[in-house]
Design a protein around this ligand. Structure first.
Ligand code: B12
Length: 446
C-alpha cells in the first residue's frame, strides 16, 4: 500500500497586505511557518506502510517558482503512484485540498481520497465534492490506519468505525461509532518530523538561523472565545499531555533550536507547566521557546513567567483581542482589557518579546481605528498584529454573525480578509487595518 499525505499550500488571499501602506508591509504576516503536526502524527500510525508526507507550503517556500499546484501534484502522483491520498484541511485551504483530490482522481480513479483535520471535524458538510471518498473526523490517526487496512483487505469503508463516507454527494456516517480517542494521553503518537527533511531549511522565524518546530503539550481549550475554532474542534474538552512524554519529545528535537508550543493556551494547568519547566532544567534542555499565553494568565502567575523566561521562553503570542471590555465580553474572552498593559509589563520585565494580537471588528469607524492606534501605540510591544474578526465556519461567532457575512469564499477565511459587512467603505477599512501594522516598537529577540 502506497500512501501520500499532503499539506496543501497557503491561501494567498491577504487584503490587509494588498491595501497596506508601503511602510507597513514589512511587518504584515505573509506566511506562517511550521510543520503539519497532524499529518506527521497520521504518518506514524501507518509507518509500517510505504508512506510519504509532502509539505506543499514548504515546497513553495523552498522554490517560489515551483510549478502550479495541479502540475506539482501530478508529478508527485507519477513519482509515487499511491493507493491512498490524504489531505489535512483548515477552512482557508479547503479549495486547494479539493483540487489535490481532483487531480488524484483524474490520475487514477482507484485512488482512495481521505480528508482529515480541523475543517473536516467541524464542517464535514463541505466535503461532498465528487473527488472526496472518505472523511476521518477528530484526532483520527488510528482511524486512517483502519481505512488503509480496510482498503488493503478489500473490505468496505463502511466497516471502519467513525468514518464519514461521501457517495453521490451525500455523506453517510459509518454505522459503527468511533471509539473515544485521547490523542494527548494514551493514544499520543510523537509526530515523525523526519518526513520534513526536504523543507527543513524553510522552517525559520525572525532572525534565527536555525529551523523552528512546533510541539503540542495539550489539545483543545477550556475557554470558549466565540471566534475560536479550537474548542469546537475538541467538543469543549481539554486534554493535557504527560510531562515526561513532552520531555521525551523535546529530547528528539536536536535539529531545532526554536520550539513553538502549538497549544491554544500553553499555560492552563499551572502544576503541569511548573513541573515541565523543572524537568526541562533537570535535563539541561536548552532551547528558545515560543508559546501562547493569555494576558490574564500572565497577570495571575508572574513568577511562572519568570521561571519560563529563565528556561528559554523568548516569545509569547498573546491574544489581546481588544482594548475595550465590552468587545472582550462580546467575544467571551473572559479577560479584562486592563490585563493587556499589566501582562506587557510582566513579559518585558523578563525580556520576553510579545506578539500581541488585536482583532479588528468589521464595524470599526475612523474613531475606533484612531482609538486602537492610540492604545496600541502607547505600549512597547515589538510586534502588534491586527487581524480581522472572521466568523470561521463551525464556530459560535459564525452562528452569531451568519446574517452579516457577505463573502463565503473560504480562501479568505484566514483572518487577513473581511468577509462581513463593514461600516467604512471596504477599501478604506483595509487601508486603516494595514496602517495599524506600522506600530512597531522595541527590538526583536529571535
Ligand atoms: C501548527 C499550526 C499551523 C502551522 C502548520 C499548519 C499546516 N498544516 O501547515 C502553520 C504555522 C503553517 C499554520 C499556518 C496557518 N494557520 Co494554523 N495552526 C496551527 C496550530 C497552532 C496547531 C495545529 C496542530 O498542529 N495541532 C495538533 C495536531 C496534532 O492536531 P491536528 O492538526 O488537528 O491533527 C489531528 C486531526 O485533526 C487529524 N488530522 C489532521 N490532518 C489530517 C489528515 C488526514 C488525512 C487524517 C486522516 C487526519 C488528519 O489527526 C491529527 C492527529 O491527531 C493551530 C491552533 C491550535 N492550537 O490548534 C492553528 C490553526 C489550525 N491555524 C489556523 C489558521 C487560520 C492558520 C492560517 C490560515 C492563518 C493564521 N493566521 O494562523 C495560517 C496559514 C496561512 C498563512 N498565511 O501562513 C486556525 C484554523 C482555523 C480554521 N477554522 O480554519 C487555527 C485553529 C488557529 C486559530 N486559533 O484559529 N498553522
Amino acid at each position: 500500500m502506497k500512501l501520500l499525505l499532503i499539506n496543501p499550500p497557503r491561501s494567498p488571499e491577504n487584503k490587509i497586505l494588498d491595501y497596506a501602506p508601503e511602510d507597513a508591509k514589512p511587518f504584515i504576516h505573509r506566511k506562517l511557518i511550521g510543520p503539519p503536526l497532524g499529518l506527521l502524527t497520521v504518518a506514524v500510525a501507518v509507518k509500517d506502510f510505504d508512506v510519504t508526507v509532502i509539505d506543499l507550503k514548504g515546497e513553495y517556500d523552498l522554490d517560489p517558482g515551483a510549478p502550479p499546484l495541479k502540475d506539482l501534484i501530478l508529478s508527485y502522483l507519477q513519482e509515487h503512484n499511491p493507493n491512498i491520498v490524504g489531505v489535512t484541511f483548515i477552512a482557508s485551504e479547503l479549495y486547494y485540498g479539493l483540487d489535490i483530490f481532483r487531480v488524484a482522481k483524474q490520475f487514477n480513479p482507484d485512488i482512495v481520497t481521505v480528508a482529515g483535520g480541523l475543517h473536516v471535524t467541524i464542517c464535514p458538510e463541505d466535503f461532498t465534492d465528487d473527488s472526496v471518498d472518505v472523511l476521518c473526523p477528530g484526532h483520527s490517526a488510528m482511524m486512517f490506519r483502519q481505512v488503509v487496512v480496510a482498503k488493503e483487505k478489500g473490505l468496505p469503508l463502511e466497516s471502519v468505525p467513525g468514518v464519514i463516507i461521501n457517495k453521490n454527494n451525500t455523506l453517510r456516517r459509518s454505522s459503527i461509532p468511533a471509539p473515544s480517542v485521547d490523542a494527548a494521553g494514551k493514544d499520543f503518537l510523537i509526530p515523525d518530523r523526519s518526513h520534513l527533511k526536504k523543507w527543513i531549511s524553510t522552517y525559520r522565524v525572525g532572525n534565527d538561523p536555525t529551523p523552528v518546530t512546533y510541539l503540542f503539550t495539550s489539545l483543545g481549550c477550556p475557554f470558549e472565545c466565540s471566534f475560536c475554532s479550537i474548542w469546537p474542534q475538541h467538543d469543549r474538552q481539554y486534554y493535557q499531555r504527560d510531562v515526561e512524554s513532552v520531555v521525551e519529545e523535546l529530547k528528539t528535537l536536536d535539529e531545532y533550536q526554536v520550539v513553538r508550543f502549538a497549544d491554544a493556551n500553553t499555560v492552563v494547568d499551572v502544576r503541569f507547566i511548573n513541573r515541565l519547566f523543572d524537568r526541562i532544567a533537570e535535563e539541561g534542555i536548552r532551547k528558545k521557546y515560543v508559546m501562547d499565553i493569555r494576558p490574564d494568565t500572565a497577570v495571575k502567575y508572574p513568577s511562572l513567567i519568570e521561571k519560563m523566561a529563565e528556561a528559554g521562553l523568548k516569545v509569547v503570542i498573546c491574544g489581546f483581542e481588544s482594548f475595550r471590555d465590552a468587545e472582550l465580553e462580546s467575544y467571551n474572552k473572559k479577560s479584562a482589557a486592563a490585563n493587556i498593559k499589566k501582562s506587557i509589563e510582566i513579559f518585558h520585565r523578563h525580556d520576553i518579546m510579545i506578539r500581541g494580537n488585536y482583532i479588528v471588528a468589521s464595524d470599526y469607524t475612523e474613531e475606533d481605528f484612531d482609538a486602537l492606534a492610540a492604545y496600541a501605540g502607547s505600549h512597547k510591544v515589538v510586534y502588534a498584529g491586527y487581524t480581522i474578526l472572521t466568523p470561521m465556519p463551525g464556530t459560535l461567532l459564525y452562528r452569531e454573525m451568519k446574517d452579516q457575512i457577505i463573502d463565503f469564499d473560504l480562501s479568505k477565511y484566514n483572518f487577513f480578509n473581511c468577509v462581513l459587512k463593514t461600516k467604512l467603505p471596504l477599501e478604506k477599512f483595509y487601508e486603516s487595518v494595514g496602517s495599524l501594522w506600522k506600530i512597531k516598537l522595541g527590538k526583536d529577540v529571535i
